[in-house]
Design a protein around this ligand. Sequence first.
Ligand SMILES: [Zn+2]
Length: 357
Amino acid sequence: MSNCCTECFLDEYLKERIKEEGTVGDCDFCGGKSVYVIDPNELQGYFDPLIDLYTAQVEYYPMELLKECEGRFIWEILSEDWRVFDDWEKGQEIIEAMYPSHHEDTPLFLDNYVGREDEWYGMDTKLSDKLKKQWNEFCEEITYRNRFFPQKKMDVDLISEVLTYSENIIAIGEFLFRARLSPDGEMLSAGEIGAPPKDIALEGRANPKWIPYLYLASNSNTAISEIRPQVQNTITVGKFKVNKQLSVIDLRNPYIDTPFRWGDRLAFVLDTHHFLRMLGYILSKPVDRDKIIKEYLPTQYLCEFIKSQGFEGVLYKSFLGSGHNIVLFGEDKVDCIETKLYKVTSIKVESEEVVEE
Ligand SMILES: [Zn+2]
């Protein structure tokens, strides 16, 4: 029997478990003396849900691709993607000690490159086939079948718990920006640049019709870019000051904390995580204004879910500007302190040829 120690791992949650469940002794893997140690076998229960996500690539990868690309072993994935080990060679020793019997039963797992079959990206490098399928099913239901009470049930408590790890606090005193076209060249006042009155509020990516949200950006140029102006347009930019701390969900890079916290729920947690990423992606994606109203329904639904869990907005990347966007579900925690008039002097266009697949 050999022991590993707290210092063999980078993951804080695992370190805590070793302190709680282990004893003081010497580490056989990193050589640490008088540290908290544990038999790697006893950590298997924490590792199983994570390792179960992966299967040997030979089982699902097309052979011609397998030959071409370098794969990764599970300990490399644990080190690089999950920051479990700082050094994959030590990780390999620990994993092999953790799964001695597994090794004999299913040599595929330790002797082969592994990957997540459900994250098989096919030709599209951004979104996995599984995620696209789940997203399309969700959109189909919300748009064409059950808008207010979808039959596919959400695990509200778990999703709410996952959301807390992607919370981003916007502090008092921070500035946010909002741009509106000023077609006649007249600057809007601070009182005119807020969210529209409810009776005339049109639907947006995040808000349903008649429920106005406040669309803001992290800097004025991003705010201007987001309204997709023409050269020579005049635009009013309002500068908003945060007067009370705001709690928003950051969709740029949703976070789930340690994978070891979730036990058997890990696969579902990761699905939720990917769904949030998808929401961030769809919110950021510039869409054709005429055919978007229908496409807004799923994002409106998910934003309302986030609102129902007590968060005050969502934050997502801007595809059009250098900063990010923030949508607030209410405008009582920000004040417009000044407005300025801008004229658009140039617009940068980049393009690429559309190649049929
Ligand atoms: Zn150690």
